[in-house]
Design a protein around this ligand. Sequence first.
Ligand SMILES: [Zn+2]
Length: 133
Amino acid sequence: MTHSMDLDVVGWGPAHASAHAVLVHYSRWGRILRAVEGFLVVWAIALPMLLVPTLIIPVVANALALSIFLFVVRLRASEVAKVVRGTCPDCGHTQFFDVPTRFRVPLEVECQQCSRGLKLEEAIGEQAPVSVA
Ligand SMILES: [Zn+2]
């Protein structure tokens, strides 16, 4: 299920700016399928590399670690941000913010223009559904 969220962007100064996030909410089974998908994608990429005998040990070790990491991260991420777009309150630059897989507010981000730390907070009373998938 996809929905949107309006956010406040708080910078160093007293001024606030706004941001808009498009989020996907995954159910329990959706999270499990997504976690299994991440696990399998890592091994689908790693398996052809196992044909090279000298790469077997490092590929297996790294693929195992990455696939378990992706599985756990995706299993725990019930809200995933597809797009977070907003304006820096300090320099006025409008940008797409880099956010982690697991989206929770408040969230610390960085302005790509002035490199200052910003905080995304939920705007009070503004949340509208976009579509239901
Ligand atoms: Zn900025």
